[in-house]
Design a protein around this ligand. Structure first.
Ligand code: HEM
Length: 507
């Protein structure tokens, strides 16, 4: 009996410090007068982060539904770490735009401190912080300015024609049924590789080479980076482990592949002396080398920023747009009519004409709203500030505190978008886009100085693909109902292979 009591006491002594460690912060928000979403001891507010049984979007939704409309923000816990969850879109606008100087860095930019040897990740503005972020962003974004994209527009025109030839063969071979995720990634990889390295990746011309090397490497990077991100987020429960594990977000194999590709492309460009005529991203990289003495690794880093941040996002966005159009024949026909009426006699459309098609733009925005591919943004307070919670109460925000903007929830809130699960591009008519962004309600590319750097490039790629596909094909859903769902990751998106039917119009 005596031994049992001693044993129980020893167990308590052992468990108590762990319990205290996990719950120490749980009074953090109460002490500061912020309403707290009750956390679980080990799991915090978002259990799915550790258990992998629920998706972060669903976990955030519970807190959002309970407190939205009553409070501008609530206190939550990422396992044991306090965090602010924004509930008022106007506060989101404050964080991203009007008070940007207090929230300059993103959560991902704090991760890279633990992966200093990840030489290309640390050259990507997405992962960078402070002055380094500013420099990297200003160096890279000149290469994808509206002017440069307009000058390089032939890449998307030729890519669109290749896409149609590729599809014409594929629909014959596969009885009109195409695995659409693969199709979207082939087009995205084609235009990206042509723009960044000036090469034909072969994704639309050499379909037998399956899977294509560039696609294979970009996909490998995506799954590796997402996996590492999820591990890194879960390690918030014991941040000291980050010091022990040699984290990296870019696998070595893809680093080597893209480094070689960049080297060979530059050699080829210098040999053919084509630089003056092609105003693409490679010519921008060569200018950086000449004017700013950028090293080989700097150039690879900038090339990978465009390829890796743009490939999966744009390809997945295109897949969702085609899926929603297949599900909505009326919207699809309306888009087709607009496109066909605008095409010139030789079936071409200038860059300016493409950018000015109103319904095409509305279709893209509505697809981005419904899919909300990056469902939440987490910023870091880099300069002590405060949040006015209501007329009488303000919350002091300390440096280092993280704050999450739940844009998926805004995008699916019936207060802002009536009948939110229905695909209705008309919601964006009459130029309402700017107003919704300004109000912090619609943020598919985020907003403010850290708005998606590749927004224009993504829009161009999406619009051009839709133009070429919709004008030549009727897109039809498969018999089995496909529904976007949450995996154990971050978003609620289409999972696995997506088979859609493409019926070619006879001419
Ligand atoms: C439909 C496609 C795309 C979507 C929906 C998208 C969305 C986003 C969002 C929401 C952010 C902000 C993330 C945050 O604050 O946590 C972001 C950042 C970023 N995106 Fe995109 N993106 C897309 C395509 C692209 C492309 C094509 C590029 C190629 C350059 C790109 C490059 C970047 C970069 C470099 C950042 C970090 C910007 C910074 O922190 O300054 N994205 N993107």
């Amino acid at each position: 009996m005596y031994l049992l009591i001693l044993g129980l006491m020893a167990l308590h002594l052992l468990v108590l410090p762990i319990y205290l460690y996990l719950t120490w912060h749980h009074n953090y928000w109460r002490k500061r007068g912020l309403v707290t979403v009750k956390p679980l001891t080990l799991l915090g507010t978002y259990p799915g982060l550790l258990t992998r049984k629920s998706n972060l979007v669903h976990d955030v939704q519970r807190a959002y539904d309970k407190y939205k409309g009553k409070h501008r923000a609530v206190g939550v816990f990422m396992t044991r770490e306090p965090q602010i969850l924004v509930l008022d879109p106007q506060l989101a606008h404050e964080v991203l735009v009007s008070n940007f100087r207090s929230y300059r860095d993103t959560l991902t930019s704090s991760y890279i401190r633990h992966a200093k040897w990840d030489k290309y990740a640390k050259r990507n503005p997405f992962w960078a912080s402070g002055e380094t972020w500013k420099r990297l962003r200003s160096e890279a974004q000149v290469g994808i300015s509206a002017r440069r994209l307009a000058q390089a527009y032939a890449i998307w025109e030729e890519g669109g024609k290749k896409l149609n030839e590729y599809m014409a063969n594929q629909v014959l071979e596969h009885n009109n049924i195409l695995e659409t995720r693969d199709l979207c990634f082939r087009y995205t990889a084609h235009v990206m590789a042509d723009f960044i390295w000036g090469i034909d990746a072969g994704t639309l011309t050499r379909p037998l080479e399956n899977p294509n090397k560039i696609q294979q490497m970009a996909s490998k990077w995506t799954s590796y980076a997402f996996y590492m991100l999820s591990i890194f987020m879960a390690s918030v429960i014991a941040p000291f482990t980050r010091l022990l594990l040699r984290f990296r977000f870019y696998p070595k194999e893809t680093d080597d592949f893209f480094s070689n590709l960049t080297k060979r492309s530059i050699d080829l460009r210098l040999k053919t002396g084509e630089d003056g005529s092609r105003n693409d991203y490679l010519s921008h990289l060569l200018q950086l080398r000449e004017q700013k003495q950028a090293s080989h690794d700097d150039l690879v880093g900038h090339a990978l920023t465009v390829m890796l941040d743009g490939y999966d996002t744009t390809g997945t966005a295109l897949l969702h747009a085609l899926y929603y159009l297949a599900e909505s024949p009326t919207a699809q026909q309306k888009l087709r009519t607009e496109v066909q009426q605008s095409l010139n006699d030789d079936k071409s459309l200038s860059f300016e004409q493409l950018c000015a098609l109103p319904y095409l733009e509305q279709v893209v925005y509505e697809s981005l709203r419904l899919s909300s591919l990056i469902p939440q943004y987490t910023k870091i307070c880099t300069n002590p500030t405060h949040i006015q919670l209501n007329e009488f109460k303000r919350l002091e925000v300390e440096e280092g505190m993280t704050i999450m903007i739940p844009n998926y929830q805004f995008h699916h809130d019936k207060q802002y978008f009536p009948d939110p699960e229905t695909f209705r591009p008309e919601r964006f008519e009459n130029g309402v886009y700017d107003e919704l962004v300004q109000k912090g309600i619609f943020l598919p590319f985020s907003d403010g100085p850290r708005i998606c750097m590749g927004m224009r490039l993504a829009l161009l790629t999406l619009k051009s693909a839709l133009l070429y596909i919709v004008s030549d094909y009727q897109i039809v859903t498969s018999k089995e109902k496909i529904v976007p769902s949450g995996d154990s990751g971050f978003g609620i998106t289409l999972q696995g292979d997506i088979f859609l039917e493409f019926r070619r119009f006879m001419r």
